[in-house]
Design a protein around this ligand. Sequence first.
Ligand code: SAM
Length: 533
Amino acid sequence: MAEQNATRDILRDEYNAAPYHSYPFGQTHPTHLHTLAKLFKLNPSAVENARILELGCAGGGNIIPVALQFPRAEVLGIDLAEKQIEDGVKQIEHLKLNNITLRQQSILDFEAREGKFDYIICHGVYSWVSEAVKDKILQICHEHLTPNGIAYVSYNTLPGWNMVNSVRELMLWHTQSIQDPMLKAQQARSVLKFLVDGLQEDNSSYAQVLRNEINLLSKQGDFYLLHEHLSSFNHPVYFHQFMERANRHHLSYLSDAHLLTMYTDNLPQQFSKELSKIKNIIAVGQYMDFIRNQRFRCTLLCHDTQVVNRAINTQDVEGFYIQLLGKPDNPNFSEKDIKEGSEVSFTNGSLTIKVRSTIAQTALLILMQEQFKPIHYTELCKKLMVKTGVKQLDVIKHHLNNDLNLMRALFAGIININSYPGNYTLEVAKKPTVCPLARFQAQNQNHVTNRRHQTIMLDPLTKVVLPLLDGTLDTKALIEHVNTQIKEGKLSMLDEQKQPIKDEQEIVKRTKSICTTTLENMAKQAIMVECET
Ligand SMILES: C[S@@+](CC[C@H](N)C(=O)[O-])C[C@H]1O[C@@H](n2cnc3c(N)ncnc32)[C@H](O)[C@@H]1O
C-alpha cells in the first residue's frame, strides 16, 4: 500500500509540474467504437444516450467534445493530477455543459457504486502506471462495462519499444540529476541531438533509430517528451501479454482501433499467405507486430461472453456513412478521366486500389467530391444512379461492393466508415457559426478541436476570426473587422512574395477574398455548425 501511494504521488507530481496537453483522439471516439462493434456484429449501445467513462482523461481534451456533441450522454472523466482536471472543469463551466463530470481521482480509488458504462476509454495511460493500476484498469473495464459495452485501452508495445528504450535510457541517464521539468526536456533533446550530429555519417541501424526518434520528438512538445520518454514508469508489453492479462479479467479482443493494422492482406504477399493459415487472431496480431516492429497499440475489448463475428462480407458496408481518405494517383482526376477500359488508382500513401468499371470510377469521384463530410451508403447509391443513369440498385451495389469493393478499401485505409453522420455543416451561412468549443479554444491556444474529433492548427487570420463567429456577425461585418485589425497593425497582410502590403485599397480589395477562403476552409475542416448547440 505504501509503495502504491509513493508511485501515485510521483506520477501526480510529474503531471502537476508539467501538465499533459490534452487533445482529441479520433480512434477513441465512442462513435468509432460503436462503428467497429457493429462491423463485428455486436450490438453496441447508441452513443447519444450512452454512459461514457475516460480513465486518465488529463484536461478533458478528448472527452469534453464528446459530451458537447451528445448532450443526452452522461460522461465521467477521472485523472490523478488536479491541475489538469481544473483546466478541464474551466472549459466545462464556460461551455455550460451539465452532462459531464471531471474529477480528480486515482484509478485505484474508482468505486463499485459508479455503475456501468457503455464505453470506457483509457488512452495513453496503461504503460505509464504501476502493475496495480494496470490491473485496476482492466478490472474496471470488466466490472463497469455494460454487457454490450466496449472498452478502449492503448499501450506501448514490444518489439517496437526495444529500440526506443535505448533512446529513453540515454535521455534518463543524461538528465538524472535535473529536477526542473523544462530544463530536463531541453537537456534530453540536446543529448539526443549531440549523438545524432556526431553520427551523421553513420549508416548503422542504431544511428538510424536515433535519427528517427529525434525526428519524431521534434514534432512533439516537451510535455510529450517528459511523460512519454522521461516518465518514471514506462513498461511496454507484447500484444499477447496484454491480451493474456485482459483475458484473466474476462475481457476478449474485439479489434484494433486502426482497422488497417489488422488486415494481413495489407502486408507483403509472403506474409499474408502464411498468416492466413493461422486461426488465432491474437497470434496473427503478434506476428504482425514482429513484422512491423510495432511500438503502440489501441485495443478494443468486450466481455468474453460476447460473440465477435469476424466473417465480414462485402455488403456489410451498406449500413454506414463513408468518407474518402485516399487520394487519386492523378491529382486532377475528374469526370473526363472516367472511361471504359481505363484504370483509376486511389492510394493512402502505402496501399493502392485500382478500379476499371466506369461505375466504380464514378463512385470514387463522388466520394472525392463528398470528402469533407461522410456520405451514407444509400445516398452514395442514389447519387451514383443519377450520375451514371443506371436504374437498377442491385447493379449499383454490385459495383460498389464487389468491383470497387468498399470493404477492401476500408481495410486498406482508403475510406473510413462511421455509423454516425458528421454533425457539422459545409455551408458558410450568412452569419456563420463556429462550434462553441472551438471558439473558446481559439481564445486561449493556437489549435482547436473540430467536429471530426481532430486537432486543427490555426493560422493567424483564422485565430482572429474564429472566436467572433457565434452566429451574430455577418460576413460583411467580419471583413470590416479584419480590415480594422490590419489598419491597427494587429494583423498584417502579405503579398505573393511574403512582403507586407501597405496600400490600403489593395488591402480592402484582398480582404474579402481572403476572408471568404478562410470561412470556406473552416467549413471543410468541420468547425462550422448549423446553429449554436
Ligand atoms: C500520458 S497522459 C495521457 C492523458 C490522456 N489520456 C491523453 O492521452 O492525452 C497519462 C494520464 O494518466 C493520468 N494518471 C496516471 N496515473 C493515474 C492514476 N493512478 N489514476 C488516474 N489517472 C492517472 C496522468 O495524470 C495523466 O493525465
